[in-house]
Design a protein around this ligand. Structure first.
Ligand SMILES: Cc1ncc(COP(=O)(O)O)c(C=O)c1O
Length: 370
């Protein structure tokens, strides 16, 4: 299968490990092995110390799927398959879609969410936000207009990368109703699940709400463990999971043994991982709001309620891509232009999950004063 380059990932590949500062990362700082083990119970430490590096259960070891299913209200270990999020997305599209199928996907979006489907030959319709340059709203009436009897799959991502949008429960239910009315499978990328800036805004995982929904969550964002490379699908559609499992035999086959234990520890002590990340994101977003207030000639930002990212308007004549290239080359700050999301050329993604965020804003401010 031929597939277009993943623009965002290629841009990261160019600068992520050479630029001095990263201001657009969607993940939070990675926790250390020492920290993960310091959270472990006696039994979990025992599991770690007696770890053997044989093959693991290709669905994910029982103890891990148990820890995952505990994160949901209506899911049991048989409703869970473990693999990297990218692999899960790739396989799922391949087992569900055929050439000519219609797919509706939110946009802008993490490219793999629609690119794999497009490569298979599916026809993609994009559900775009209503926006006022600086804040975003996905109107379910618009989704409704895009869906028809040929729609095979609806793809959503809440909290949303890059805009930071999260629907209300009422709007979420409307989305589920639209899918349920035509019995459409709903793929719900929930990589930023539970990253809400106020607990009242939290929404349920869609696999707990709709029997035709498949939820994707993983370690990279909410948990601050991107290097673990672990994610999972959770769904009542065990027929789809069986097909995904059979396809996985051609890719990773099974998961790495050490990651399974460490992921289990993080899941069993979730608050010790997610809560510090949320506090960091809120603090950095506050710093950013002050920064925007001092730089209204350059930036427009309408605030967010969720996620670790925001899509911010640049009020300049030149393209976002050119601005970002100058920024990284002149002061070492890597920032993602909206061209990498195929979303015009006047926005940038900001990521709030890193400890040095305030320092980076100072470097950016100095650069503007030069
Ligand atoms: C919406 C979304 N889905 C999936 C992924 C992939 O997650 P991972 O980096 O753990 O493979 C990302 C990563 O940025 C993402 O933003």
């Amino acid at each position: 299968m031929k597939i277009k380059h993943f623009k965002l990932e290629r841009y990261f590949a160019k600068y992520e490990f050479s630029a001095k500062y990263l201001i657009s990362s969607s993940d939070c700082d990675g926790y250390s092995l020492e920290y993960i083990l310091s959270c472990a119970s006696k039994e979990e430490l025992n599991l770690w110390n007696n770890l053997k590096f044989g093959y693991t259960d290709s669905a994910g070891s029982e103890f891990l799927r148990e820890a995952i299913s505990n994160q949901y209200l209506t899911v049991n270990p048989d409703n869970v398959l473990v693999m990297s999020p990218g692999e899960a997305n790739y396989i799922l599209m391949n087992v569900i879609l055929e050439r000519g199928d219609e797919v509706v996907c939110m946009a802008p979006a993490y490219q793999s969410l629609y690119q794999v489907a497009e490569s298979i030959g599916a026809k993609i319709k994009f559900w775009l936000p209503e926006n006022t340059n600086s804040s975003y709203y996905y109107n379910s009436d618009k989704l409704n207009e895009l869906v028809n009897d040929k729609t095979k799959l609806i793809i959503v991502n809440f909290p949303h990368n890059p805009t930071g949008f999260i629907p209300t429960i009422t709007d979420l239910n409307k989305i589920v109703e639209i899918a349920a009315r035509k019995n459409i499978v709903l793929f719900s990328d929930e990589m930023y699940h539970q990253i809400v800036h106020n607990p009242k805004d939290e929404i349920p995982a869609l696999c707990d709400v709709y029997e035709n929904a498949i939820s994707l969550w993983g370690m990279a964002k909410s948990f601050g463990l991107a290097g673990m490379r672990f994610g999972w699908l959770a769904t009542k559609r065990t027929d789809i999971l069986n097909d995904v499992l059979a396809f996985k035999d051609y890719l990773s086959i099974c998961n790495n043994a050490a990651g399974e234990v460490l992921t289990t520890i993080a899941l069993n002590h979730k608050d010790k991982f997610i809560q510090p990340n949320i506090q960091k994101i809120i603090a950095n977003k506050n710093l950013f709001n002050s920064f925007v207030a001092e730089n209204t000639d350059l930036l427009e930002f309408g605030d967010t309620n969720a996620c670790s990212t925001a899509l911010v308007k640049l009020k300049i004549q030149e393209t976002a891509y050119n601005y970002c290239e100058q920024l990284v080359n002149n002061c070492g700050i890597m920032m993602i232009p909206s061209e990498m999301f195929d979303y015009g050329n006047s926005h940038v993604r900001i990521g709030f999950g890193r400890e040095n965020f305030g320092d980076i804003l100072n470097v950016w401010q100095d650069y503007m004063m030069r």
